[in-house]
Design a protein around this ligand. Structure first.
Ligand code: A2P
Length: 290
């Protein structure tokens, strides 16, 4: 991979003027002891957006990887997320400081509420803490994750700052058009997690056909679909050659028909992760659950 790969990753401008790379390296399920190396390698390959979360329990390793990369701080966009067990105004403020310390960074680029936990009814109060962090200059942009249209509408009505990002599950077999539209209509950028459908969507006949026609890999087609539709995507792989290949998404174009064919794969039952309406997993570090 050439040294100037980073320069070919397109960027989006968020609703507060901050630029974010459209492709990033996701660290979900990377164990703490492997995180430093994985992040250092991803940055070496050209990734410039690193996505973690307090609930991944790997922030310290991620931070070490960023430090070890030798890149200037402003060359790397770092996202982390507030864990479910830290909802609430004061708790969110302290949780942010713990994340910042674990990552070893003064200012974070993007801080997200990981899940809305609607049954707790405190995501607006929690959001106010993120607004305070933004106002204090501790983070460059704030956003949400797994927010459904009704949660976004509530925030719009009751909060001052519109989220910059909504990070949600989006892949060909579950692209959530309504939640994407609700986000966009409010000026909120959509960031796709499980962007490849955890690998399963790479075997979809429509995707394979387009890949064969263009002479690229199915993963490159799916990532190109995300990019051309204006999303940020954070694919994961445990294989170095795939991590590198997933950055090679320029030099070919999907047609309008290609985009529509992939959009048509959406199935309402295609969700792979938790349903934000009910998801409330809240395991603390070191806590063991049966
Ligand atoms: P692996 O880790 O064996 O490379 P998602 O990002 O949607 O969660 O998808 C991750 C899954 O997709 C993993 O199972 C990963 O497998 C697989 N994957 C990631 N990139 C590629 C690729 N370029 N080609 C094939 N499979 C890929």
């Amino acid at each position: 991979m050439s040294e100037n790969t980073a320069s070919v990753i397109p960027t989006l401008t968020l609703n507060n003027g901050v630029a974010i790379p459209q492709l990033g390296f996701g660290t979900f399920q990377i164990p703490p002891e492997g995180a430093q190396r994985a992040v250092e390698e991803a940055l070496g390959l050209g990734y410039r957006l690193i996505d973690t979360a307090a609930a991944y329990f790997n922030e310290q390793g991620v931070g070490r990887g960023i430090a070890a990369s030798g890149l200037d701080r402003d060359q790397v966009f770092v996202t982390t997320k507030l864990a479910n067990y830290d909802h609430g105004y004061n708790q969110a403020l302290s949780a942010f400081d713990r994340s910042r310390e674990a990552l070893g960074l003064d200012v974070l680029d993007l801080y997200l509420i990981h899940w809305p936990l609607p049954a707790r009814g405190d995501y607006v109060e929690t959001w106010k803490a993120l607004e305070k962090l933004l106002e204090d200059g501790k983070v460059r942009a704030i956003g949400v994750s797994n927010f459904l249209p009704e949660h976004l509408t509530t925030l719009k009505r009751e909060a001052d700052v519109v989220p910059a990002v909504n990070q949600i599950e989006v892949h060909p077999s579950f692209s959530q058009p309504e939640t994407q539209k609700a986000s966009r209509d409010l000026g909120i950028a959509v960031e796709a997690y499980s962007p490849l459908g955890r690998g399963a969507d790479l075997r979809s006949a429509a995707v394979v056909q387009i890949a064969e026609r263009l002479g690229v890999a199915p993963a490159q087609v799916v990532l190109r679909w995300h990019l051309q539709e204006g999303r940020i995507a954070i694919p994961k792989s445990t294989h170095a050659e795939r991590i590198a290949a997933n950055l090679r998404v320029s030099g070919f174009e999907l047609t309008r028909e290609d985009l529509a064919a992939i959009d048509a794969l959406h199935a309402p039952a295609g969700r792979l992760g938790g349903d934000p309406a009910t998801f409330a997993w809240s395991q603390r570090p070191g806590e063991v659950r049966s």
